[in-house]
Design a protein around this ligand. Structure first.
Ligand SMILES: Cc1cc2nc3c(=O)[nH]c(=O)nc-3n(C[C@H](O)[C@H](O)[C@H](O)COP(=O)(O)OP(=O)(O)OC[C@H]3O[C@@H](n4cnc5c(N)ncnc54)[C@H](O)[C@@H]3O)c2cc1C
Length: 482
């Protein structure tokens, strides 16, 4: 079968596929570095998992009392705080945010920097310099059929990206591409090899997040305090229940299961948070999607996950109505537009970050980010899985420890002008579970955007030719903690 597409005449310096957590920041950084930037985004707003999967708050990433992710992350937080969509809790945690507010802030930051965005557009297929492509699909340019491609030893160059939207199929030209789809959609379609899941190909659990609005938070806070879920105040509620982890809410969950309100698996992971700027509303980091549906790159599983999650949200809402004082008349505020995917494909890059790198606090000459968030696998297998035998004893467990993420982990093998920041960066299953949190995705994105702008301006798009000392100096100048 052949498909034809329209090849647009303009060329961007940097094309960012996926305007999510890493991608939006990458695009802002690239535009501020002087590049002509286009973001291609499947949904109608920026922020990705953070905003459209409603993943709030930003996970803390602290070493020696200092937040490790600075630069654009600091600016994003400050702008959120200024408009009431961010907050600092009594313990000094400044990572609380309202996902709907973040969509506005990211979009403004991009447009102010001169970046462009094309929403409601899916990537289809990158085209390589020699007119070849990877997977045997036949695409046609004005009636000329393209050939299939296999990766050679010399890195190939992507010249354009075919996308699909209401205009049909269109090819967009750029000097450098950033794949920030989270799933490495662009990279893998260009032939970049990848890993997916654990040693058995099993992925971390997906979740469909939601909110309950109309909550009487004063009553809920009083109940939670009386129940041993110590709260700092009604504006910063945080409560949880996981079977077998000594949550004081476990007896209530047990009762709800026995009374047919919840299913057993509804207690595999339950967590609620307050949201700045949205009084009376609680954001839930659940439900977990049932175990068989774990592959976020399988469209059928993803669709079934949406259905499965919605059913579970109905059960959890009924539970909150009946068992949590203050929630009796609460109603569903938001069901996240995106199913939350913690881990899917991970590219093979010029360096693959490992569990040992994390535990031994590895340092790299091309460091672009520091991380102290722990290995955190939400396993669909249930129960605790032994991750490593150095739990609690490795150097990483010191309060002032951190490891670094090298630039090479976002440089995919085989392609000259592509970077892959975010949760699809080159890492083992265990290492990915530590580096995937949002602030690290920001830092990887900021480095990728700056490097991409320079590669387009000075190096014919070649991302390996960047002067690493100069990049690190620039990231520091921009406030980065490198
Ligand atoms: C349920 C859950 C809970 C989590 N909890 C926390 C937490 O509390 N704190 C924290 O800091 N982190 C948390 N994380 C991790 C963190 O949110 C993610 O790892 C991170 O946001 C991923 O960022 P990313 O840029 O790699 O991908 P994303 O933010 O997902 O961005 C990908 C973007 O690409 C777009 N896209 C995808 N495919 C295409 C395509 N083919 N064409 C066009 N556009 C496309 C998407 O629409 C999206 O906008 C959680 C994750 C999940 C799923």
């Amino acid at each position: 079968m052949t498909l034809s597409y329209q090849h647009l005449p303009q060329t961007w310096d940097v094309l960012v596929a996926g305007g999510g957590t890493a991608g939006a920041i990458a695009a802002i950084a690239a535009a501020r570095a002087g590049a002509r930037v286009l973001v291609v985004e499947a949904l109608g707003s920026l922020g990705g998992t953070g905003t459209n999967a409603w993943v709030t708050p930003l996970m803390r990433n602290v070493s020696g009392g200092e937040n490790l992710n600075r630069g654009l992350t600091d600016e994003l937080k400050a702008r959120m705080l200024a408009r009431g969509d961010g907050a600092v809790d009594p313990g000094g945690n400044d990572n609380w945010f309202n996902p709907e507010g973040m969509k506005f802030v990211l979009e403004r930051m991009l447009l102010e920097a001169g970046g462009e965005v094309l929403y409601h557009t899916h990537i289809v297929q990158p085209l390589l310099a020699d007119g070849e492509h990877v997977d045997g699909q036949q695409l046609m340019v004005d009636g000329e059929s393209a050939q299939s491609h296999s990766i050679n030893h010399q890195p190939s160059t992507i010249t354009s990206l075919v996308v699909h939207n209401k205009g049909g199929l269109q090819a967009l030209n750029a000097a450098v591409f950033i794949d920030a789809t989270g799933d490495a959609d662009l990279a893998t379609r260009a032939g970049v090899p990848f890993h997916a899941g654990d040693e058995d190909g099993i992925h971390q659990a997906m979740s469909l997040r939601f909110t309950l609005a109309g909550v009487d938070t004063a009553r809920l806070c009083a109940f939670l305090n009386g129940n041993g879920q110590g709260q700092t105040g009604e504006n910063f509620l945080h409560f949880w229940m996981v079977w077998g982890k000594n949550s004081t809410l476990e007896p209530l969950f047990r009762q709800a299961v026995s009374e047919g309100v919840l299913l057993e698996r509804d207690g595999d992971y339950f967590q609620g948070f307050s949201i700045p700027g949205r009084p009376g509303e609680i954001s839930f980091n659940c439900p977990r999607i049932r175990a068989e549906l774990h592959d976020g790159t399988d469209p059928w599983q993803l669709s079934a996950a949406q259905v499965d999650g919605r059913e579970a949200i109905d059960r959890l809402t009924a539970f909150c109505h009946a068992y949590l004082p203050g929630c009796e008349t609460a109603f569903i505020g938001v069901v996240a537009p995106m199913v939350g995917v913690r881990e899917s494909r991970r590219i093979v890059g010029e360096y693959t970050l490992t569990l040992a790198d994390i535990l031994d606090c590895a340092r790299f000459p091309d460091s672009i980010c520091r991380n102290h968030y722990p290995v955190d696998i939400h396993s669909v297998r249930g129960g605790a899985k032994l991750l490593h035998e150095r739990d609690g004893t490795a150097p990483y467990f010191a309060k002032d420890a951190y490891h670094e993420i090298p630039y090479r982990a976002i440089v995919p093998v085989g392609i000259a002008n592509l970077l892959v920041p975010g949760r699809a960066a080159s890492s083992s299953f265990e290492a990915q579970s530590a580096i995937r949190v949002q602030q690290n995705c920001h830092s990887m994105g900021e480095a990728a955007g700056t490097a991409a702008a320079w590669a387009a301006r000075d190096h014919g798009g070649r991302v390996r030719d960047i002067d690493m000392d100069a990049l690190q100096t620039e990231l520091r100048r921009l406030g980065g903690n490198i």
